[in-house]
Design a protein around this ligand. Structure first.
Ligand code: GLP
Length: 258
């Protein structure tokens, strides 16, 4: 794992956008795995700016979102469909047919199989963006999710329902179920970029990076991934035991010629 500690959220947003932009420039038909939540909003804003100001071209990019709530219509303001449309897709030149989000209203088993085979048919995910939940989940892989799990229906924990209630009028409106890529699905991405910011991520980040690999913190599975970048700010990195070493590695790497 490459652990990069930035000073704040705005640096995470601009630097993670550069990683995504370089990926797209190197491979214009990149398959991107995308996340929702507040954390990637800054990254998406930066990508929109790179598209508008520097012509970053999404016309051949293919995207797969990690997850979608079950039971919300595709045009529900809190659906991840609307989130992605409003915060990224409607502002870049991505083709509609290249956008993939699980359908939370289709028969679940079939939909999960369909989603898995679509990812495979697209050649697999080149770069997967991840956030992290307060209980250490990635996508909606809540504690006890098998580290080999595939796309499937998951019941959200009460903690996740509470965390996500801020987007809804009432906590009782928050769906209890979601269709989510599994940990195993995510681990097949060729590269992973996990971003986290702020004090609410201090504990999940410590567990994910320095804790034991465990289904109790599905993000800890990324310790097994050969090409992962974890980009966090000082607040999220606060409790990392080896924080100084990560900074030392990063600064030394900058001096490498080849
Ligand atoms: C949800 C999403 C995750 C996201 C998490 C954290 O549970 N399914 O993909 O990482 O929220 O969101 P935030 O970035 O708002 O803290």
């Amino acid at each position: 794992m490459e652990i990069i500690i930035k000073s704040d959220y705005s640096e995470i947003s601009s630097d993670s956008a550069m990683i995504v932009a370089n990926q797209i420039k190197t491979k214009p038909n990149t398959v991107l795995g995308l996340a929702t939540g507040s954390t990637p909003l800054g990254l998406y804003k930066e990508l929109i700016q790179l598209h508008l100001n520097e012509g970053l071209d999404f016309s051949n990019v293919i995207t797969f979102n990690l997850d979608e709530y079950v039971g919300l219509s595709n045009d529900h303001p809190q659906s991840y469909n609307v989130f992605m449309r409003d915060n990224l897709f409607s502002k870049i030149n991505i083709k509609k047919e290249n956008i993939h989000i699980p359908n939370g209203n289709a028969p679940h088993d079939k939909e999960c199989e369909r989603y898995e085979s679509l990812i495979i048919r697209s050649g697999g995910i080149d770069l997967q963006i991840l956030g992290i939940g307060s209980d250490g989940h990635i996508a909606f892989n809540e504690p006890s999710s098998s580290l080999g799990s595939r796309t499937r229906l998951k019941t959200l924990t009460q903690e996740t329902v509470k965390d996500n209630a801020r987007f809804f009028d009432n906590i009782s409106d928050v769906p209890r179920f979601a269709i989510t890529m599994g940990v195993g699905t995510i681990m097949e991405a060729k590269k992973i970029l996990l971003i986290a910011s702020g004090v609410s991520k201090t504990t999940p980040i410590r567990k994910a990076i320095e804790g034991p690999i465990s289904s109790m913190c599905s993000a800890s599975a990324i310790q097994m991934h050969p090409k992962t970048i974890v980009m966090v700010d000082e607040a999220a990195a606060k409790d990392l035991k080896e924080k100084d070493y990560y900074k030392w590695v990063y600064n030394n790497k900058k001096t490498l010629k080849n």
